[in-house]
Design a protein around this ligand. Structure first.
Ligand SMILES: N[C@@H](CCC(=O)N[C@@H](CS)C(=O)NCC(=O)O)C(=O)O
Length: 228
């Protein structure tokens, strides 16, 4: 059975959605990042990057959410576009675009808006600008077609869902008005039974909610180390 190392954060929840969509049996393995469990030696053997999600499937260990989505799609043959170079090219491009652009810029925008100890106008504007630009590219594509790769729901839509749910946290409560097509996709995915099952799975474990000194030390190690 697949062991699924997770928390309720955006990257693990994309994988929870995929596991539920596929109906694959899995054992949830909570990693409470606010308690620093991602830095335990036994977890670092699974993901040397010390972050969730990760899975262990027999002798295969996979970390990084988009790699896991692709691994599970190839394993099951589900939620992949049709065969052919064109479809494969589009799948890889959009999956990497979410992994290397949407996720990191939206994540940093949330960080500088809500967690950084100082409000730094340059950083706030740079990450908000880039998050807005990336979400805008997704929205423009979804204005022309139902899903990211055309007519079928795929792992790219799941990857997009993971981060697009954070549009208000990255850009403010009013920001949805700029991305009506992206909002349509998020609302549609939110209504899927697999999302309800993924949320129910997550809610079975009581993750720490306070962002106290222990959480800060576990998640923002840079605050205690001078590099630059
Ligand atoms: N590129 C990785 C990023 C994983 C990541 O940043 N995970 C966050 C939760 S969304 C985490 O584990 N944070 C804990 C920490 O940074 O200590 C992926 O897509 O899986």
């Amino acid at each position: 059975m697949i062991k699924f190392y997770y928390s309720g954060a955006p990257n693990p929840m994309k994988v929870a959605l995929m596991l539920e969509e596929c109906g694959l049996p899995y054992e949830p393995m909570p990693v409470d990042t606010r308690k620093g469990e991602q830095h335990k030696p036994e977890f670092l053997k699974i993901n040397p990057n010390g972050k969730v999600p990760a899975i262990v499937d027999g002798d295969a260990t996979v970390f990084d959410s988009n790699a896991i989505l692709l691994y599970l799609a190839e394993k099951t043959g589900k939620f992949l576009p049709g065969k052919g170079d064109k479809a494969r090219g589009e799948l890889l491009s959009w999956l990497m675009f979410v992994a290397s652009g949407v996720g990191p810029f939206a994540g940093q925008s949330v960080h500088f808006r809500s967690y950084a100890p100082e409000k730094i106008p340059y950083a706030l504007n740079r990450y908000a600008y880039e998050a807005q630009r990336h979400f805008g590219i997704l929205d423009a594509r979804l204005a022309k077609q139902k899903y990211m790769l055309g007519d079928s729901y795929t792992i790219v839509d799941m990857a997009v869902w993971g981060w697009a749910r954070l549009v208000p946290a990255a850009l403010g409560e009013q920001a949805w008005a700029q991305f009506p097509n992206l909002k349509r996709l998020v609302d549609e995915i939110n209504a899927r039974p697999a999302v309800a099952r993924a949320n129910a799975m997550k809610d079975k474990h009581k993750f720490k909610t306070e962002f106290d000194e222990e959480a800060r030390k576990a998640m923002f190690k840079h605050m205690d180390v001078k590099v630059a």
